[in-house]
Design a protein around this ligand. Sequence first.
Ligand code: ATP
Length: 694
Amino acid sequence: MRKITLKHKLPAGLDKQFADELNSSQRAAATAPDGYNLILAGPGSGKTRVITFRVGFLIARGVPADSILLATFTRRAAREMVGRLGELVGNQAGRVWAGTFHHVGNRLLRGAAKDLGFQSNFTILDSEDQTDLLRLAMDDAGLVDKSKLAPKASQLQHLISFAINTRRPLAAVVESEAADQAEWLPEIEKVADAYARRKLASNCMDYDDLLTQWLRLLDEFPNRLEEQGRMFRHILIDEMQDTNALQIEIVEKIAAAGRGNLTAVGDDAQSIYRFRGANYDNILKFPDRHLDARVFRLEVNYRSTPQIVAFTEASIAHNQSGFPKQLVSARNDGPLPVVVATADVYEEAALVCQQILEAHDQDVPLGRMAVLYRNHYDSVVLQGELLARNIPYTVRSGVRFFEQAHVKDVMAFLRVVLNPRDEASWRRLFVLLPGVGPAKAGAVYQRIASEADPLKALATAETMAIVPSKSRGLFAAFVNDLNLIRATDPEHHPARAIEAVLKGGYPGTIRQKYDKADNRIKDVEQFAVLAAKYDSLERLLAELLLAGDVYGMDAAGSEDPQDVLVLSTVHQAKGLEWSHVFVVRLVDEGFPHRRAMDEPGGEDEERRIFYVAVSRAMNELMLSYPSTISRGGYGPTVFSTPSRFLTEIRHDLYERVVLEHEFDRLNADDDDDEGEPPWTGRPLKSQPDRDSKT
Ligand SMILES: Nc1ncnc2c1ncn2[C@@H]1O[C@H](COP(=O)(O)OP(=O)(O)OP(=O)(O)O)[C@@H](O)[C@H]1O
């Protein structure tokens, strides 16, 4: 039969946009022929731009927009790409299947849930619902109250989810991720089964099901596989380096069943989500899995100055594996990255704040600057300094420090000791005890409120009578903790008071009540470090809490409420860029993360995290580390080792800067060069510390 090919016209101006906005390698990748394509690209090389243009190209070539699947790492990325795509192809952009794998899985499963034994109106469990259901499953498996050493719900959740996302047997995951829990394996497996049964019975799916059930559909229902193969003529995956085994199995199955059109975009050197099950091999072995794959390389960095690019490339060159790339900057020269050693964490915080304010005085908006760190708790002391200096900031890596539940709990301990009539704080503490709800908490407060010494009144038989009998032991321990906290003279030594909180029963409460307990406990330790700067609890509370509204305020001369400094873990900074980037706490015990170093490939993964951090900077990059660190406020102070990620870099690729104190300068002999510090460099003036240090 004779065929007529319907020709589609490129929308007006699209040709010109391809010519004006893409360089030749970007254009070649965006307009690649059908088939398997891998676009390997360094940081700042326009990956987002290229993948968006490729979708635009496909639509312009006549591929129906609703037959394109564009899988992104975050929903925000999908929104941004669809917005940009709209500028290229108009309202067809909204018809593309763009979103995270979970988002797309959810849409597809609604129409196919019945095949899998679910109803199409299945509910998606949020993480709290998940924990509740898992606790019930633990009960089914006889794991509740069995032993204090038995795995907790949050740990089980992680292990079950990790096994699913890495497509490994649960037993192997328990062995490698939680060897100390291996004796509980039979129970853990029972919990996993009971949890799955309960989800099915209650017509609920968790996030992982949106992928596992999707894959099940493809594996067990050949008609569904064929349907999806037909439906998705082109599949594009952004951030390929952070996909997990499950995600890749799904898309590769669909592509193979359909037309075999799969374009993956990513940077192997930015693969940083191994802890969530991402598999570095997904990108590294793509050419091995698809022998006919074309590989495109984007090697022009539009983001960073040549100095920053040279530094970042010198860092990643120390990794053992990865695709070789030759990244060049398209920008004009800028200053060398700066490396500064500070005396301690307080000086580091003061230095970063001062540099930020100076850049701000030179018209760099706060919103174009970011402070990045490896661990969320590394930001605590800095947050204290920012609040004290009225510099507005937002924390991408989570809730601002003083708004977190566990920090509020610790504050409540301090507050009731300082002001035993602080009802809200008492109530907050009482409900931390098992069996005490808001009503009982109110009754206990009423009982002690009228007493001359409410704290003393806590220990009386009348008060105890209000507490449920099973909680009395813990209540007595809590009263004991409060007395120990009071004995530290918290009014003058707030750090000692926080350390007393840490020595009492509260860490146990954290483990019982909250997820990520270890990190929360580290937060509280860092809170003690911050508090050691204060010799008055009242001032600490006033300075840190009353300044809590500083977000979006017209502080530091900023006129735009959105113009706030960004604080972020490196992981949360993925894909973003700022004019000025400060990477802090670069000590060998923290960045690289100590735990990661014990795992095979751990150092390379940590170096990739460092690479992501430094490659966020467009114009200026400052890297700092405290020469001494202490665990708690009054804990022993030890010398730190600068991160290997700094010391391994060729010295001419950065500028070492020594800190000079203003008062040193005033007193110094004019040209006395004797006793030069071992690390010499351009002196950087620092303001004397606030006089609050104890
Ligand atoms: N051809 C180009 N001409 C000029 N600027 C470009 C070009 N391509 C990309 N850019 C700019 O370079 C910067 C980095 O681009 P983009 O964010 O897409 O990079 P990326 O490869 O996704 O980076 P990363 O992987 O580091 O997150 C952006 O500011 C973008 O607008």
